[in-house]
Design a binder for this molecule. Structure first.
Ligand SMILES: [Zn+2]
Length: 198
């Protein structure tokens, strides 16, 4: 239970990361964060949360002490957005591109997606955020190791290094619908791609 994740909002209620319940409780105990009531959005500080926290939350039982586990906390002072890099993986390239072929625009599902090197590796193209895009099998094999425009393909948008709020990893977002109302729709879509509506 202590290792479960709690969503962390900054002072403007922008989701910035997730943390363990253990750390969320420490932040609350230090008065740095308050817990957000999932139904009413009221913010409760430590004492109020322990005494009158919501019944519906899971409870943490510790030595002589029982209180609701916060699903969402809000930081009282911090208002920034930590700049946490997104790891470069095949899946994250798909997520950045919304699970959509960057040449023809179709969304065929993960099993029919591939990674295309915009500048082919055979011509010195790197395997990086700015040279890799999501492509459907058909466009990728049509393009092969040529330059897109030479075979009549063009990119829907230029590949960029993505920035989605750091610790909001797509798996936890998917598993915790209670967080979704705190996360901007664009972030949800970027993180979950087509899975957001699945
Ligand atoms: Zn395509």
């Amino acid at each position: 239970m202590l290792d479960r994740k709690t969503l962390v909002l900054n002072r403007s209620w922008m989701p910035i990361t997730t943390t363990s319940v253990r750390r969320a409780i420490c932040l609350m105990a230090r008065g740095v964060a308050g817990a957000v009531h999932p139904g009413t959005f009221e913010v409760a500080e430590w004492e109020a949360w322990i005494e009158r926290g919501p019944e519906e939350n899971d409870r943490l039982e510790a030595v002589g002490f029982s209180f609701p586990v916060p699903d969402v906390i809000v930081l009282m002072e911090f208002n920034g957005v930590p700049d946490v890099p997104v790891s470069f993986t095949r899946r994250n390239v798909y997520r950045r591109d919304g699970f959509q072929c960057m040449y023809c625009g179709i969304m065929p599902g993960v099993s029919d997606l591939t990674i295309d090197h915009v500048k082919p590796r055979s011509r010195g193209g790197t395997t990086s955020w700015t040279n890799c895009v999501t492509a459907c099998v058909r466009c990728n094999s049509h393009k092969a190791d040529r330059i897109a425009h030479s075979v009549g393909l063009s990119l829907l948008r230029e590949p960029v290094i993505p920035r989605w709020p750091g610790g909001l990893d797509p798996r936890s977002l998917r598993e915790r619908p209670v967080w979704h109302r705190f996360v901007p729709k664009a972030t949800l879509t970027a993180a979950l791609g087509s899975e957001a509506s699945a």
